[in-house]
Design a protein around this ligand. Structure first.
Ligand code: MOS
Length: 745
């Protein structure tokens, strides 16, 4: 078959939705009722929207002994105050599919029990936001508080049943190792803090529920969960999310406030808008759990790591067991270590349940493992890159499978060259710039290439434009743009004649928007649909006596700028429009699909991350001076969007390494820095010169469009690269994240 020309894929295009976003026309969940219909969908103005404000508990654990709503209900404009005393019983059918971890999920207003500080205990619904806020402030809740436990490092914490992994005999190998190291790393709890707060607008039309929601999964997530909670058919719930202002994983579950909004709408008979405050995000929507990660390393004198043990603990809630799936794989696959032992325990605490956050599991494991490798390199006097090369496996050491593509060696070499690694003096605290100690560090990143079944409808209209739809999400990576690129090339249309729509549960099914699987999965479905549709048009033409393409070999026909022609003979062809007009066809339409194939290979994306820091020796201040990431992520569909991912990942990693720390008052479980003034994230002044390099190539074993996923791997390895640079600058090894000034004084 003649190859279809590629014009859009691989081009550094700007976002097709960029103008809508910067002109305020993009349509977010809390924009009701003002939202307008735009070229990317959107929905009509909703009439009569009222406002809901959640009252949350001020104790961590205990019982509600009384709730007085009299004053609140007496306020003008207040429609209803709902508490466990007057709420209807909700079915809460089991729904393990939509990212609900094992356990019994929080059931809003179903009983008097409080399980964590900030749990919703009432909601005030009023005709204005101000009236609802005021009413919420007047709700008087009396508690019988019990002792709470919210500190993962408290002694004698009970733990859930551990997950374990063993190969070889790590204990014996450690005992005979020439060099043994033992360290415990403690990365802090982090919160996603997307710019857009979590918000839901809910409306009932009879038995039909429509929600406009901030979510990363319209069908398998919000739609199935609301159906389960209210005990109604999935088809009775429609979920709409055309724009999501950042997620980082916080939208991977349907949190209690979504149910609160839908319940308030049902109880008042009005469309209800509910926006969590920034403070409420901190216990309303999950977080990256705090960890204690103990590593023991055994090595021979040449840096060959013979044994590694990982004893890992992370926090979860008392009502659900959130165990991170991504915490164990890195320790099994990254290095060719014959003896590995892993034990992972979750610690149930009186907190709300954690959730995946960017690079989930892998980012935490990489912090511990890549810090430990740096410690070993220093102990042995071996260059950190050389140490990694000496432990680089030829095949997946966890199962013997070949790697589809694994170009970590190229990542290291390219990174070392471009970063100027050879100029490094390996001795810690050896390089100064005035009062600043200068250090460089590197670390490795890896993330599984996840794929899931996806569909996309593709319709070509008589005017030569195309509409492509899939119920995926764009939380920021540029799904609108990248899918338009894939569709445009597959159809042979210019970008401006293709519209991609997403974020509506009535569209063809798509998996959760997370785990870096959207491009691979939805992208492959879009490509499949575009290829099918192009072939359908070509078949129509070559069988049409009136077509200049009549009788041509369909395999030789390609399409460019909406014109089908014989490859090598551009004069013989015609446009889609002429073909459809002559055949009296309004449109052609197909359903593209993708389902992941079983593979004999291990398929992962890789990164090598390099950082230079400056540390003020007297003040303990750490400034990142420059960073470089080199990525083996398969084919890059959209280089400009890829840079947004990679640079954003580095910024997130700067936060994880140096700034981000959710602080809990363990007396009452209150998060004390539940705002963006006290929970520090990198600002422009914290973000230096960042550079990303993508190794050319593609991985057809991964998926038909050859991508390995990018959004997660770009975070993995950033924090340890910075931490290793801080050690190199100062000679001080800090094993807690974030690394704050006090630890360096
Ligand atoms: Mo990402 S943590 O899978 O949204």
């Amino acid at each position: 078959m003649s190859p279809q020309p590629q014009a859009a894929v691989g081009a550094p295009l700007s976002r097709v939705d960029g103008r809508l976003k910067v002109t305020g026309q993009a349509d977010y969940a809390a924009d009701r009722p003002q939202a307008r219909t735009t070229s990317l969908g959107g929905t009509p103005i909703i009439q009569g929207v009222v406002h809901a404000v959640v009252v949350d508990s001020s104790i961590a654990v205990g019982r509600i002994t009384a709730i007085d709503t009299t004053a609140a209900e007496a306020q003008p404009g207040v429609l209803r105050v709902i508490t466990h005393l007057n709420a209807p019983t909700l079915p809460y059918r089991d729904n393990a599919g939509s990212n609900n971890p094992p356990g019994r999920r929080l059931r809003v207003f179903q009983d008097d029990r409080v399980l964590f500080h900030g749990q919703p205990v009432a909601v005030a619904v009023a005709t204005t936001l101000e009236a609802a806020q005021h009413a919420a402030s007047l709700v008087q809740v009396t508690y019988d508080a019990q002792d709470s436990s919210t500190d993962i490092s408290a002694p004698d914490n009970p733990t859930n049943t551990p997950q374990t992994y063993t190969r070889g005999d790590a204990q014996t190998a450690l005992a005979s190792a020439a060099v043994r190291l033992e360290m415990t790393y403690r990365p802090a709890r982090n919160h996603h803090n997307p710019m857009e707060p979590h918000a839901t607008t809910a409306r009932w039309d009879g038995d039909q529920l429509t929600v406009w929601d901030k979510t990363q999964w319209v069908i398998g997530g919000t739609q199935t969960e609301l159906a389960a909670v209210f005990g109604i058919p999935v088809a009775s719930v429609r979920v709409i999310a055309p724009f999501v202002g950042g997620g980082f994983g916080s939208g991977l579950r349907t949190w209690p406030h979504v149910t609160v909004a839908a319940l308030a709408a049902r109880e008042t008979g009005r469309p209800v808008k509910l926006v969590l405050t920034r403070r409420q995000q901190y216990f309303g929507a999950g977080y990256r759990p705090a960890y204690e990660y103990a590593v023991r390393l055994g090595s021979d004198g040449n840096g060959r790591v013979t044994a590694m043990t990982h004893d890992i603990r992370s926090e979860t809630s008392t009502y659900e067991n959130f165990a991170e799936r991504g915490i164990l794989p890195l320790g099994q696959t990254l290095y060719n270590t014959p003896n590995v032992s892993q034990t992972y325990r979750t610690v149930p605490l009186d907190v709300n349940t954690p959730v995946a956050m960017r690079g989930p599991g892998f980012a935490t494991a990489a912090y511990a493992i890549e810090s430990a490798m740096d410690e070993l390199a220093h102990e042995l006097g071996i260059d950190p890159i050389e140490l990694r090369l000496r432990n680089e496996p030829e095949a997946d050491p966890s199962n013997g499978q070949a790697f589809s593509t694994r170009r970590l060696r190229d990542c290291y070499t390219t990174g070392a060259r471009e970063f100027g690694w050879s100029a490094r003096n390996p001795t810690p605290r050896s390089t100064r710039d005035g009062d600043w100690l200068i250090g460089t560090g590197m670390a490795t990143g890896m993330y599984h290439t996840l794929r899931a079944a996806a569909q996309a409808s593709v319709r070509l209209d008589a005017d030569g434009t195309a509409l492509v739809q899939s119920a995926t999400i764009d939380m920021g990576p540029g799904t609108y743009t990248s899918m338009t690129q894939v569709a445009a090339d597959g159809l042979g249309l210019p970008m401006r004649r293709v519209t991609f729509r997403l974020g509506d549960s009535v569209m063809p099914n798509a998996p959760l928007h997370g785990g870096s699987l959207t491009m691979a999965s939805v992208g492959s479905a879009v490509q499949n649909g575009a290829d099918q549709l192009r072939q359908q048009a070509i078949q129509l033409a070559v069988g049409d006596e009136q077509s200049p393409l009549y009788g041509a070999d369909a395999n030789s026909v390609v399409v460019q700028s909406g014109r089908m022609y014989v490859s090598g003979d551009p004069s013989r062809g015609e446009t889609y429009e002429r073909l459809l007009a002559r055949n009296s066809r309004d449109s052609l339409e197909v359903l593209g699909s993708y389902s992941p194939a079983q593979s004999r290979f291990t398929i992962d994306a890789y990164a090598a991350v390099f950082a230079e820091v400056a540390v003020d020796a007297r003040l303990g201040l750490v400034r990142v001076r420059r960073m470089l990431g080199v990525y083996d992520a398969g084919r890059i569909i959209s280089p400009k969007l890829a840079d947004s991912q990679a640079l954003g990942g580095m910024v997130g990693g700067i936060g994880q390494a140096l700034l981000e720390h959710t602080v809990t008052d363990h007396r009452d479980g209150r998060i004390v820095n539940a705002n963006l003034a006290d929970y520090l994230v990198p600002v422009n002044a914290d973000v230096p010169d960042l550079r990303a390099i993508y190794l050319d190539g593609e991985d057809r074993e991964a998926d038909p469009i050859g991508v390995k996923g990018l959004g997660e791997v770009v975070l993995v390895g950033v924090a340890p690269a910075i931490a290793n640079a801080v050690f190199h600058a100062t000679g001080r090894r800090v094993r807690d994240l974030p690394i704050t000034a006090d630890a360096l004084l």
